[in-house]
Design a protein around this ligand. Structure first.
Ligand code: AMP
Length: 381
């Protein structure tokens, strides 16, 4: 099947105004596209760099129609957008990825059910709609386990660990007694991700596996490439390719995995967009994940994804601003380090404000360099 190519000069619309949209826009503009944004947020990271932004709620039908009519194609940088809004846009212009992908990936229960029905390896889980169902699920899954809200969760938001049966009631209460899933708590060796890019005519390329270290459920440091047992990297890429085929999706998909041991990979979560763990690719690959996103949705040939060396990325959270402005020159003292800031005005604790990337000849040096650069931001105090 030959798919339609959206050539440079065309207008690309982005739903969501965060840093992923900002870096997508920068990559698209470099290639000669014009980018319009749609976000409820004023002065968003995306709006600071794109040509035009509509600031309105994702439910505003008239503004959504105006947005759809102003661009040649719409993509997303955030998955918690009402599916009906994406469907409305799809009735007026091209949308990649489409509403079905969003419907599945924005809801943990639908996502797990999709993965389970298609035979992908996942953590055992059970749907929970009431205290009685929670007791039954704990009897089946056991403790320790993790209770997660079915809808609208990211960075560990909307989840509680249940270490003993007695914790269950409080966990369900804390999550608002809403629809949840109960999942076995996995003693994993490490967490890795693969970011796949797929075109409408089924071409596929990938980044990673990337090794991800979390702190307080938020991505802290990513390393490329992940240190995995022989064959496991290929398995993670194949699972990613097959999930994208099952979803029949166009665009980017990040698949997060738990590596349990040398033989066992479990899919934890899907994100149908560029991913924080792929930020290393801006300096670390000849084609960044953002440029690849543009190429995937526009139907262009893919660029190379081989890492240019060992790469490490460290997130910069708002906590780093607690004692005042960080020491940017200190962080950049090593010429191997690159700084990205997303233009956010309020450095709240836990908020992703930017990231640092370091390239080196080996993984240990890359990780040490990026950690030292981040420490230098606050060292002088
Ligand atoms: P999530 O929002 O589901 O990706 O969860 C965020 C982080 O919480 C993951 O990256 C893991 O570090 C941890 N986590 C989530 N689910 C589990 C689980 N079933 N077992 C162990 N750790 C988990």
């Amino acid at each position: 099947m030959n798919s339609e190519v959206i050539l440079p000069g065309a207008k690309l619309g982005v739903l969501g105004g965060g840093q992923l949209g900002r870096m997508f826009a920068m990559a698209a503009q470099k290639m000669g596209y014009i980018v319009h944004g749609f976000t409820p947020e004023t002065d968003s990271p995306l709006s600071q760099v794109c040509t035009k932004t509509i600031v309105a709620p994702f439910e505003d039908q008239e503004r959504l129609k105006a947005f759809a009519d102003s661009v040649d194609l719409v993509t997303i940088e955030f998955e918690n957008i009402p599916v009906a809004s994406l469907a409305l846009i799809e009735s007026r212009t091209r949308v990649r990825p489409g509403p079905r992908v969003l419907d599945i990936t924005q809801h943990r229960l639908r996502e797990k059910t999709f993965l389970d029905n298609n035979g992908f390896p996942i953590v055992p889980f059970k749907e929970v709609n009431s205290s009685q169902e929670l007791s039954a699920a704990i009897a089946l899954i056991g403790v320790p386990s993790v209770l997660k809200t079915a809808g609208f969760g990211y960075d560990g938001k909307g989840q509680r660990k249940i270490s003993a049966n007695a914790d269950a009631g409080a966990a369900f209460e804390a999550l608002g007694k809403t629809q949840c899933i109960l999942e076995r708590f996995v003693e994993f060796e490490k967490e890795v991700s693969v970011i796949g890019a797929r075109s409408e005519d089924g071409r596929f390329i990938s980044y990673g596996p990337i090794e991800n270290q979390h702190s307080n459920h938020i991505l802290d440091v990513s390393l490329v490439l992940a240190r995995l047992a022989r064959g496991q990297a290929q398995e993670a890429v194949e699972i990613t390719r097959t999930i994208m085929e099952c979803l029949e999706m166009t665009g980017l998909l990040c698949v997060e995995f738990f590596v349990v041991d040398d033989r066992t990979l479990l899919v934890n979560e899907l994100a149908p967009r560029p991913h924080n763990s792929g930020h290393y690719s801006i300096e670390g690959c000849s084609t960044s994940q953002f440029e690849q996103h543009v190429r995937a949705v526009a139907g262009l040939p893919f660029g190379d994804t081989e890492p240019l060396g060992s790469v490490a990325m460290a997130n910069l959270l708002g906590d780093l601003w607690q004692q005042g402005e960080p020491d940017w020159a200190g962080a950049l003292a090593s010429p191997a380090v690159h700084l990205h800031l997303y233009g956010k005005q309020q450095p709240r604790p836990g908020r992703k404000m930017g990231h640092l990337t370091a390239l080196a000849a080996d993984a240990e040096t890359a990780e040490r360099t990026v950690r030292a650069a981040r420490a230098a931001l606050v060292d002088r105090r």
